[in-house]
Write a protein that binds this ligand. Structure first.
Ligand SMILES: Nc1ncnc2c1ncn2[C@@H]1O[C@H](COP(=O)(O)OP(=O)(O)OP(=O)(O)O)[C@@H](O)[C@H]1O
Ligand SMILES: [Mg+2]
Length: 309
């Protein structure tokens, strides 16, 4: 998280468009707020728009407003969210859901820095800093013809990838501590080592949001000390192998990886774990994996893995 924050700090003085990429619950919205509040625009509005929550037929007028009489129910003119964000920032969440027909209009607004309300005839100048968020790799959508390449380049000036929690287990104890402080009403409970280990090992498909809710629930009934048995059963009992398979399974179902990639990913993870457990001793690691030493050597070479991981 610190790496991400320092990357963001280094661009806080610039006005560039930022694209936040990460799974659900990793903290995209929080990061978007941080970007705005540390920017020169911080005392101006930050308008947040959940694109997937808006009905497609309302999207255009919500974003860009409409003129009086644009349609029968448009009795007065209406400012869109872009106008409300004028001089500040606009956060477009779930940009991957943005309908193709509207993408060219968005691009035009971003390039020309002025917009035309629906049914309007006079361009309205808008000065906004754009922050977008996506759960998926937009490049893939571009390849599939679902997202305009020119818009992609326009919003992807500074990409910030926020990795899932399962890839930054070191953050887990810090976050647990943070949420325990935040949600405990009385004394902050201590947490057993093996309980913390289980939390750090768990795959957290809902990422920080799931961790936050889990800790909040625990603080409701635990007094004094959190032990392994206080954790939800899926966290307590998830074994490491299951975890790795789940992680690979996910890559596979998201269609990002081919069959060979998934197998390679699983093998690399298993080998890494065995080497870690055997503190780099190859003979010991091979025994843990139930394979010949020579097979292990071949695989280390194939995947270009170091002994110490
Ligand atoms: N680094 C962090 N420290 C503390 N809390 C965090 C952190 N990152 C995220 N959170 C909390 O986790 C929850 C989820 O974060 P957020 O809503 O920003 O995720 P998101 O990536 O926008 O998720 P989604 O894609 O589902 O909209 C929020 O309650 C947020 O406050
Ligand atoms: Mg969000």
């Amino acid at each position: 998280m610190r790496t991400i924050i320092s990357r963001i700090d280094s661009i806080s003085a610039s006005d560039s468009s930022v694209l936040l990429i990460g799974e659900t619950g990793v903290g995209k919205e929080l990061v978007a707020e941080y970007i705005h509040h540390t920017s020169v625009r911080s005392s101006n509005p930050l308008i947040k728009v959940g694109l997937s929550a808006l009905p497609p037929d309302l999207l255009e007028t919500e974003l860009f407003g409409h003129a009086k009489g644009a349609y029968t129910s448009a009795l007065s003119e209406k400012k869109g969210l872009f106008e409300l964000a004028h001089t500040g920032s606009i956060f477009l969440d779930d940009i991957d859901d943005f309908p193709l027909p509207l993408q060219s209009k968005l691009l035009r607004v971003l390039e020309s820095r002025e917009l035309m309300r629906v049914g309007g005839t006079v361009p309205v100048p808008v000065d906004v800093r754009l922050i977008t968020a996506s759960k998926v790799d937009l490049k893939e959508l571009v390849k599939g013809g679902l997202f305009r390449a020119d818009l992609y380049y326009r919003i992807n000036v500074v990409p910030v990838v926020i990795p899932p929690l399962r890839q930054r287990a070191a953050d887990v104890p810090l976050l647990v501590d943070h949420f325990l402080r935040r949600f405990s009403t009385g004394e902050i409970p201590a947490i057993d080592d093996d309980a913390m280990k289980a939390l750090a090992r768990y795959s957290w498909p809902g990422n920080i949001r799931e961790l936050r809710n889990t800790v909040q629930r625990i603080t409701l009934f635990v007094r004094g000390r959190i032990t392994l048995t206080d954790l939800p059963v899926e966290i307590r009992e998830e074994n490491p192998l299951e975890l790795m398979i789940k992680a690979c399974n996910r890559c596979f179902s998201e269609d990002k990886m081919s069959f060979d990639d998934v197998v390679a990913c699983l093998e690399t993870n298993l080998i890494r774990r065995a080497l870690k457990e055997s503190m780099g001793n190859r003979t010991h690691a091979a025994r843990l994996l139930g394979m010949n030493l020579s097979t292990l050597r071949d695989k280390l070479k194939k995947y270009n893995l170091p002994d110490q991981v």
